[in-house]
Write a protein that binds this ligand. Structure first.
Ligand code: X2X
Length: 341
């Protein structure tokens, strides 16, 4: 009896030793691929660099990551990024909610026109129950969401004239991003929107094929849009796109628990730093970025509450229609969180 117990225990120990050996030394790849849309001239690309650096440090070099900005792993087509992460073409990403919304309809929440009046409203969503709900949606799609970052509030610029009312946008050609919601918003305002990738947008603006665009001020400045004739800027705060740090689920599962935690902590830290950087010179009392923009000869239009209300009213049917596809429950939860902020 004693002898049998001993033998069984010895066998179990052997199995454990070989099994544990595998668990502790999974096959790590020499390099993992991290996708972003914007490069290191922008807070977004810098967040990628920072995540890479922090992961390397926290895993003592066990996880090495290379940055592929410009969505180069999907030929520059940012609307294909989410699918590529699921398929394992991309291992990790810091992606905009807008770019993933064609596949994850709930992410259109942040693109509902005039849902979020200010940064507190944006934070109430990403840092609260709505943010957790959205992470749960992503978890069901073979990606592991780790942290929030920020592209920012998207302001409107054009080469033709100042815009203070939808009437000023009549017939104007706007480049919009890859969610049909944007086409509908700009159409409701009387403009002529055309959807294209960011890679195509810059030459289109430079050649005058399109008159205007909408992007956060950090992008307006980083991409030097005043040098391609974008001389009129309207601060209307109509939508904001947060960024989300994710890892492909299979890749995630191939790492040890300790390394996963290191990657998560690195994402949370890089995310916090990214939000601060994205708001620098734009939010609160620090308006150095706006001063820089005005110094470059750009006319800045700030909407009065009455002027803003006209835009809100004109886009309300789009808001109502898209609330249904996003999920009425989620939209109501978001509205309640914003009202309470
Ligand atoms: O394409 C854009 O406008 C950009 C860079 O802001 C996004 O990727 C959503």
């Amino acid at each position: 009896m004693q002898r049998r117990t001993f033998m069984a225990a010895a066998a179990a120990l052997c199995a454990l030793a070989s099994g544990a050996g595998h668990a502790e030394t999974p096959a790590y790849r020499a390099e993992y691929r991290l996708s972003t849309t914007l490069g290191t001239a922008f807070p977004w690309g810098q967040a990628g660099e920072r995540w890479i650096e922090l992961v390397k440090e926290k895993t003592q070099g066990r996880i090495n990551i290379k940055l592929y900005s410009g969505n180069s792993l999907v030929g520059g087509d940012q609307t294909r990024e989410f699918t590529a992460i699921r398929q394992g073409v991309i291992d990790m990403s810091i992606g905009s909610t807008i770019n993933w919304s064609p596949q994850v309809k709930e992410l259109n929440l942040f693109s509902l026109p005039f849902l979020m009046p200010d940064y507190k409203a944006l934070d109430a969503l990403t840092q609260g129950e709505v943010g957790r709900d959205l992470f749960a949606v992503l978890e069901q799609r073979d990606v592991v969401p780790l942290a929030w970052g920020e592209n920012g509030f998207r302001e409107m610029s054009n080469s033709k004239r100042p815009i203070a009312s939808p009437a000023d946008m009549k017939g104007m050609k706007f480049r919009v991003v890859g969610s049909p919601l944007y086409n509908e918003t700009f159409t409701a305002l009387g403009a002529n929107p055309t959807q294209m990738s960011w890679a195509d947008a810059q030459p289109a603006l430079a050649s005058g094929a399109v008159d205007g665009q909408e992007n956060p001020l950090s992008v307006f400045v980083g991409a030097k849009l005043p040098t391609v004739g974008q001389k009129h800027l309207t601060l209307w705060h109509y939508v904001a796109d947060p960024l989300i740090f994710v890892v492909n689920k299979q890749v995630w599962n191939s790492w040890t628990a300790a390394d996963r935690e290191a990657v998560r902590q690195a994402a949370l830290q890089a995310g916090r730093e990214n939000v601060d950087k994205a708001r620098k010179g734009i939010a609160g009392t620090d308006n150095t970025v706006l001063k820089q923009i005005e110094a470059a000869g750009v006319g800045v239009t700030r909407l009065s509450p009455e002027q803003r209300a006209v835009f809100v009213q004109a886009t309300r049917p789009v808001y109502d229609k898209w609330s249904k596809s996003i999920g009425a429950g989620l939209v109501q939860k978001a509205e309640a969180a914003i009202a309470k902020r």
